[in-house]
Ligand binder design. Structure first.
Ligand SMILES: C[S@@+](CC[C@H](N)C(=O)[O-])C[C@H]1O[C@@H](n2cnc3c(N)ncnc32)[C@H](O)[C@@H]1O
Length: 245
């Protein structure tokens, strides 16, 4: 290893792998995850001027993945204000290649206008419709057909049925050694009756239970435990799935 910073990170990774984090750090992280999710912590941030509904830790993990994979295409379901699309597009801009395809059932007019006038829009395409509809999948197929390296991110409707269907439909696009990242798996780990407002998902019916069902039949993918081990604070525990064959 010629670079001392990489060497430092590699040594630290090996230490975490061998010994884990200490128990008090894990307990503090769990307390933060539990308290911060009910306080809508993910709504605090923006990227290059657009609100991004994410935890910073997860976005650093995404940066590490994007740098490693150097995708030609990133497909993300769930656009909202467009912050995550702009974030991924800005990383591709720094790398110097690739585009982002965002899909949302309801792209609000003002969000669409802001995304379209953003300097990173040159690397972004958007489709409006349900991520699991035949029409949208047909369009995704035609955009993905010439792309070699593809990364997929699922961040739309967080029910078990919807995410499982997304996993089935979008996992074939993922190239070898790339990822399908499933956000909001944290829902399964939060205390019961946790959310103040009514949501269609909850314990047993959420992205993590969909991931577990998907992995029973899809042995081409594994949970990247190294990412879980180091993040501790994340809305996607056991949601970073790597294609290994
Ligand atoms: C959590 S937000 C996405 C946040 C965004 N990825 C970010 O990081 O800023 C979820 C989005 O999913 C969209 N959505 C809900 N159901 C959907 C569906 N069936 N297909 C596509 N998008 C859907 C919603 O309209 C909403 O904009």
């Amino acid at each position: 290893m010629d670079n001392p910073i990489s060497q430092f990170i590699e040594e630290r990774k090996a230490r975490i792998k061998a010994n884990g984090h200490n128990e008090s750090l894990k307990a503090s992280a769990k307390a933060f995850n539990d308290a911060s999710n009910s306080n809508q912590y993910s709504y605090n941030f923006s990227w290059m001027g657009r609100p991004i509904i994410q935890y910073p830790q997860d976005m650093i993990a995404m940066q590490e993945i994007i740098w490693e994979v150097k995708p030609d295409l990133i497909i993300e379901t769930g656009i909202a204000h467009g912050g995550s699309l702009i974030y991924y597009a800005s990383l591709l801009e720094l790398i110097g290649k690739g585009e982002v395809l965002g899909i949302d059932i309801d792209i609000r007019k003002h969000n669409k206008a802001e995304i379209e006038k953003h300097p990173m829009f040159k690397r972004i395409k958007m489709l409006e419709g349900s991520s699991i509809s035949e029409d949208i999948i047909g369009q995704v197929k035609s955009i993905a057909k010439d792309k070699q390296k593809i990364l997929v991110i699922l961040d739309s409707n967080h029910t078990y049925d919807h995410v499982l269907r997304e996993l089935e439909l979008y996992s074939p696009f993922v190239s070898l050694s790339s990822y399908i990242v499933v956000f909001d798996t944290i829902v399964e780990d939060l205390p019961a009756n946790y959310f103040k407002e009514e949501r269609p998902w909850g314990i047993g019916n959420n992205p993590k239970t969909a991931v577990f069902e998907f992995l029973k039949k899809n042995t081409d993918f594994v949970i990247d435990k190294e990412i879980d081990n180091k993040l501790l604070i994340s809305v996607a525990p056991q949601g970073y799935l790597k294609r290994i064959k």
